[in-house]
Design a protein around this ligand. Structure first.
Ligand code: DGL
Length: 256
């Protein structure tokens, strides 16, 4: 089957990386909306229009399913996309539920400003009935850092140290990485939180959900394909990605 992954940039690669393992016989299209990234600091209506345009492009490629590998895009557009297209649309939301279920302490949610502003998140938190255990913080600048393939510089660690300086981690049990770009900074974030905080993300859950949704749609079992390169076609805002960027993205997909 052909499955499309959509993100504002390279964040969704952290989800695709897991999908390549769980779904060894499928082909993937990866769409980074680089012309319009970052999404998280833009108005909702603008991001909504960008996601719809990207999804229309992907729909024209005869895809069997679309994964919004982006919490921000999901927050603003998943409902509309599900009503609009004949193929399944799998979204992502910050993994607050699993974080709350794993303990009784407080949970810090990291996401983009737009995700945190959206009513979808508010509804999720209030439906869980544990709002008093949840705090949220935006880490928007991690997205442009990642888009510049800057994962380790002093500027990144200074930004994180500054944004997280006032958090008393002794009051918390876990932190949710509620933006797919943030997974590139797992180690740096863990340095700030200290080793006792569990970092939780929704990537595996999303890929498991994708596999479940695809299962009844399969007509025959295909043979596994072993090389990541021919299995993924990369697009940047409606155009083929450049070979140089594809090379960097493939390196991220095969990183441990
Ligand atoms: N990767 C996206 C997410 O999961 C957002 C990045 C952006 O701000 O563009 O929320």
């Amino acid at each position: 089957m052909r499955i499309a992954f959509l993100d504002s940039g390279i964040g969704g690669l952290t989800v695709l990386r897991q999908a390549l393992t769980v779904l060894p016989a499928d082909q993937f299209v990866y769409y980074a909306d680089t012309l319009n990234a970052p999404y998280g600091v833009k108005p909702k209506t603008e991001v909504f229009a960008h996601v719809l345009a990207a999804a229309d492009f992907l729909a024209s490629l005869q895809i069997d399913a679309l994964v919004l590998a982006c919490n921000t895009a999901t927050a603003v557009a998943v409902q509309t996309l599900r009503e609009h297209y004949p193929f399944p649309v799998i979204g992502m939301e910050p993994a607050i539920k699993p974080a709350l279920m794993q303990g009784t302490g407080k949970v810090m949610v990291f996401a983009t400003s737009l995700t945190l502003r959206e009513s979808k998140l508010e509804t999720l938190i209030s439906n869980l009935g544990q709002g008093h255990r949840v705090e949220c913080r935006a880490l928007d600048r991690l997205v442009p850092f990642a888009e510049a393939f800057d994962f380790t510089s002093r500027a990144v660690s200074d930004y994180l140290a500054d944004r997280l300086a006032d958090i008393r981690w002794s009051e918390y049990e876990s932190a949710v990485l509620g933006c797919t770009h943030f997974l590139f900074y797992r180690d740096l974030i863990q340095e700030c939180t200290g080793p006792d905080i569990r970092l939780i993300d929704g990537n595996q859950g999303t890929v498991n959900q994708l596999a479940r949704v695809l299962e009844p749609l399969r007509t025959q079992a295909a043979a596994p394909v072993h090389d990541a390169a021919p299995r993924v076609t990369f697009y940047a805002s409606g155009h083929k990605e450049t070979p140089a960027r594809v090379e960097r993205m493939l390196a991220l997909l095969s990183a441990p």
